[in-house]
Design a protein around this ligand. Structure first.
Ligand SMILES: [Zn+2]
Length: 244
């Protein structure tokens, strides 16, 4: 967006305060020229207290969806709190990875100069597809080939970073690439391999109603791309961890 158009759209803090939280946040995102796709993290543009406002806004809109579905949210005691529950689930749980900053991760230099293949996984993945907001449940394996300049992070941190990336509406191919970017930037390994295998509930619950399909995606970088032996070692260790 050009500066002139932005100027035309300029709003004072006072004006912003009168807007719903989602519009305020969107205004900041557009001003900062930041993408806000379903799988983007927008936490840097959310101020204190605004998540609570967002939750109330989503609950209100969700109530409208139930109304349009002709569900009697007053008479049906099972549905009376559904809008609030769904809003809380979206904002605080299943899409939380959009709204909170990346979990803090302490990196430490590779003092002992580890240069052996390291595998983390299977890490349980809970996500949702951007197309239908249906659950995606699966597993991720991460292979790291460190060098003496790599920053190492604790094993549990891989799980937390993975969860942060996956707790957004995602597309599996983009999710593995996003996870690879985060790990590449932080750990700076010689090689990085990620395999994700997941069950897409939009295939079971709707559409083709196929119960067998599991989708597998992988990203291979650096040493894993160059070295077929390393790739094989990773895949066979992954398979053996899978059996145990
Ligand atoms: Zn879907």
């Amino acid at each position: 967006m050009s500066a002139a158009t932005l100027q035309g759209l300029f709003r004072s803090e006072k004006e912003l305060d009168r807007l719903p939280a989602s519009e305020r946040i969107r205004y900041r995102l557009i001003g900062a020229d930041c993408r806000y796709h379903a799988n983007d993290n927008i936490s840097a543009h959310i101020r204190e207290g605004e998540l609570e406002e967002l939750k109330a806004e989503v609950a209100q809109q969700m109530q409208g969806v139930l109304k349009s579905l002709v569900i009697d949210t007053e008479g049906d005691h099972n549905s009376s709190e559904t809008a609030q529950r769904v809003a809380k689930m979206f904002v605080e749980e299943v899409f939380r990875g959009r709204y909170v900053p990346m979990p803090s991760v302490t990196e430490f230099p590779n003092f002992s100069r580890l240069n052996e293949l390291m595998i983390v996984g299977p890490i349980k993945v809970r996500s949702a597809c951007s197309h239908h907001l249906c659950p995606i449940i699966g597993r991720v394996w991460i292979g790291i080939m460190p060098n003496e300049f790599s920053n190492l992070i604790g094993l549990s941190k891989y799980v937390r970073i993975c969860d942060w990336v996956m707790s957004r509406p995602q597309i599996q191919e983009e999710a593995v690439t996003m996870l690879a970017e985060e790990l590449q930037n932080r750990v700076k390994p010689d090689g990085l391999a990620i395999v994700m295998e997941a069950d897409h509930f939009c295939m079971h619950w709707r559409g083709v109603k196929d119960d067998e399909s599991v989708m597998t995606n992988s990203v291979m970088r650096g040493a894993f791309l160059r070295d077929a032996n390393l790739r094989r070692e990773f895949l066979s260790l992954m398979a053996s961890k899978n059996r145990s």
